[in-house]
Design a protein around this ligand. Sequence first.
Ligand code: URA
Length: 248
Amino acid sequence: MDIELKEGLKTVLQFYRELGFESLPLSCSDELEVANYKLNDSRNENSKDQLVEFDGIAPQCPKDAQLKVLRKEIGECQRCKLFSGRTQIVFGEGSLNATIMFIGEAPGKEEDIQGRPFVGDAGRLLTKLIEKMGFRREDVYIANIVKCRPQMNREPQGDEMSTCFPFLDRQIQVISPKVIMSLGKIATYALLDIKVPMSKFMITKTRGSVYDYKGISVVPTFHPAYLLRNPRDKWLTWEDAQAVLKII
Ligand code: URA
């Protein structure tokens, strides 16, 4: 935001503060960023310079507006090296009121082409699982740890995950599901506070219990691509799915 606009906004907000307002009922549109400039609580003269404070996305605004702002903020992202190999960003999709969120690793070839998560072979298996759980794909929310396809479908690297993760974190806060089903080792490791190094982390030892991410239950399970190669383990994922259903 340019300095002149910021100064003008400061003056207006100061005026309203002097009138006794502590917040403003601004509309939740594309101008949502402006709505996030809050009146500072403190009436102390010394705090005038900090009168305007940017506070991210206004939680009182509708979820679709919040996600629109988040998507706009991501923009044509070049924050990590994955941008050079992608066709497009795969933001995530699903119901804004989803009680279950499925989080995978990274877009693959088909996802990169279509701009949608889990639409290839692994995605078809995930859709089957969702339906077996009694939902339609549109009822849940699906996203990935990173939003761009790693070339040759390699695993996303630590710096790529940590750069992208804050956007997923905000998506989770907006959707606010009751439970997250983390799909595979990478997604589970990124979401949970795991003490062992990634090379020693095993999804087989982690699945079977319920964990927590900022107050939201996390049920880890196998990645659908693993299940395509190891169909004999599908029953374990079904057990995990039942743990999810128990929570909601
Ligand atoms: N694998 C993932 O982890 N995510 C996708 O979106 C597709 C395949």
